[in-house]
Design a protein around this ligand. Structure first.
Ligand SMILES: Cc1cc2nc3c(=O)[nH]c(=O)nc-3n(C[C@H](O)[C@H](O)[C@H](O)COP(=O)(O)O)c2cc1C
Length: 196
């Protein structure tokens, strides 16, 4: 028997990503959970921002932003960036995060986040109180000590130790153990089904 929870916006887990907008002294950080890949070709990320956010103004001004994926150790700084507005505080200074020059855009990436991507806005869709921004991914970066050529992704996920978020419960988590491989773990069932 299923129990209905209503029209929930909860899917899990989601990233707790740090989006940097603006440039130089005006660069700002916002924490976003509503972040996901929208297309592989061209590589595109979707982020949803409430219309009232300062970060939305900055993204609209430059048409660019970086998405920075934190590791679990900095979850308090991540939370701070999600409860403080850049209208009144410099979140780089308050958290001690270091802005690093991006390669293709003017907004910086965050040094303390092990994985970062640079994006240029390609579309904007207004959905109620939110704006869904699609950003074409122009470049990605991983910490050198976490890069691993033998891995399909080019890095070792365990070394990244990504922070994940269970939004409905407002809980920060780490990832668990690897179970198997995508596009492969289902093959045994596929073989069995063929003979049915
Ligand atoms: C874990 C977490 C996830 C969040 N996810 C979102 C989100 O997906 N969209 C959004 O508009 N705000 C989200 N927020 C709220 C913003 O981060 C918050 O309002 C922030 O202070 C806005 O910063 P700004 O005014 O400098 O742009 C989230 C906050 C936290 C703590």
């Amino acid at each position: 028997m299923k129990k209905q929870l209503g029209p929930s916006d909860a899917i899990f887990p989601v990233p707790a990503a740090l989006i940097v907008s603006g440039t130089d002294e005006d660069a700002n950080i916002i924490t976003l959970a509503w972040v996901g890949i929208a297309s592989s070709t061209p590589p595109t990320i979707g982020i949803s921002i409430r219309q009232s956010r300062y970060s939305l103004e900055l993204i609209r001004n430059t048409g660019e932003f970086s998405v920075n994926f934190p590791d679990a150790s900095i979850f308090k700084e991540v939370d701070y960036c999600g409860i403080t507005t850049g209208r009144r505080r410099n979140k780089f200074k308050d958290t001690g995060f270091t802005p690093l020059a991006s390669k293709k855009i003017k907004s910086p990436i965050i040094k303390e986040c092990p994985y970062n991507i640079e994006c240029r806005v390609s579309q904007e869709i207004i959905i109620g109180d939110y704006v869904h921004i699609l950003g074409e991914i122009l470049e990605s970066h991983v910490d050198g000590d976490k890069a691993d050529k033998s891995k399909r992704a080019g890095f070792d996920l365990l070394k990244i130790n990504p922070l994940v978020y269970f939004a409905e419960a407002r809980e920060y988590w780490t990832v668990g153990e690897k179970l198997g491989y995508g596009f492969s773990a289902g093959k045994a069932i596929k073989e069995k089904s063929k003979n049915r």
